[in-house]
Design a protein around this ligand. Structure first.
Ligand code: FE
Length: 359
């Protein structure tokens, strides 16, 4: 064994990490990606106010799955007669999608997305968002455990059930380039690739794939079935709508900051991706309702998916594809928690801000 002879080295004489010659932050140079001389550790002054606002909304909406009583759901699920086999199948299918979807979303944020963002306030919100994705995964696990479902079966559905696999494989295929440790923003091709990934996550994953599964759960709720699970999903949907709105604000801000990226070809690409996503989601709906339950069937879902796909496209200034009317007007009521009377009576009110129901 070699004797230890030298003292531990310090970096004191090496090139300093903090650049003191750069002067103070010029907030006008701050951009979502490719910020010139970006100092990502200085939150102040804030330029992208939508990110700071989203962060505060997230904090005001804080919740935890274990605050919601699952007692009624447990009794309903245990009863051999209360839920039909088709209803049981539909619940398992949406849980099969949900249980892994939020982990995919979290990985995208933390491993692919965060390091390329040069706006400290956008990074601040991404940290909050990543935590919320963890809470959502916890919520699905809590539903699975409460109902006594086979967790191994549900958590493996993204591998084993084609319609779920196809959706998640589609989403993940857009991450590959960005997960590459050598990927860097700053070229036209890579910046478009990054923007494409944002469109896939915000418009398709959070904006389309999540929403039709939310609708299934609210279909149960409208029948006074699985109301505890539905309440969990209502909180999740409130968070997800902030995630989606933040993502759309990010896309629209990049469009302003780097207008050269938003070419007609790019718009066509995004439109085609949404078209493909609608097909995948319809295939999923067919597997969720092979025969239809409580007035919901795959055809109704097709219209709903087309309706929300158009809405997501128009939020980033892309022409709608389908022009389909909303077949589920009650979904906008489910989105509006303000209309839910006594919604918070069942929850522990330890957080002062928890009662804030603004979306
Ligand atoms: Fe999300």
């Amino acid at each position: 064994m070699e004797p230890i002879t030298s003292q531990p080295q310090t970096n004191i004489t090496a090139k300093p990490i903090i650049d003191r010659s750069a002067g103070r932050v010029d907030v006008n140079k701050r951009k979502i990606i490719n910020g010139e001389g970006a100092d990502v550790v200085q939150l102040w002054p804030i330029k992208h106010k939508f990110a700071w606002d989203a962060y505060n909304v997230g904090n005001a909406n804080h919740w935890l799955p274990t605050e919601i009583s699952m007692q009624l759901d447990i009794e309903q699920w245990r009863s051999q007669t209360f839920l039909t086999p088709d209803e049981r199948h539909a619940l398992k299918m949406v849980l099969g999608f949900f249980t892994t979807a939020d982990s995919i979303a979290a990985n995208n944020l933390v491993l692919a997305f965060y390091k390329h963002i040069t706006s400290p306030e956008a990074r601040l919100y991404l940290l909050r968002q990543a935590y919320e994705e963890a809470i959502h995964t916890q919520a699905y696990q809590y539903i699975v455990e409460s109902l006594g479902l086979d967790g191994t079966e549900i958590f493996n559905m993204y591998r084993e059930v084609d319609a779920i696999y196809d959706k998640e494989e589609f989403i993940l295929s857009f991450n590959q380039g960005i997960f590459d440790p050598n990927f860097k923003t700053g070229t036209f091709v890579n910046d478009q690739k990054f923007l494409e990934n944002m469109c896939v996550f915000s418009l398709i994953m959070e904006g389309i794939f999540f929403y039709s599964s939310f609708a299934v759960i609210f279909g149960f709720q409208r029948q006074n079935k699985l109301v505890g699970s539905a309440e969990q999903i209502q909180y999740i949907m409130r968070d997800e709508s902030t995630h989606m709105n933040f993502g759309i604000d990010m896309i629209n801000t990049i469009k302003q900051e780097q207008p050269e990226l938003w070419t007609p070809t790019f718009v066509e690409r995004v439109t085609n991706l949404v078209r493909k996503a609608v097909e995948l989601e319809y295939k999923f709906a067919v597997d969720v309702f092979p025969k239809g339950i409580f007035g919901l069937n795959a055809e109704g879902f097709k219209q709903y998916i087309e309706h929300i796909a158009d809405r997501r496209l128009s939020r980033v200034g892309i022409d709608p594809i389908y022009g389909t009317a909303n077949p589920f007007p009650w979904m906008s009521e489910a989105v509006d928690l303000n209309k839910e009377k006594n919604f918070f009576e069942t929850r522990v009110t330890e957080y002062k801000t928890g009662g804030t129901l603004a979306w």
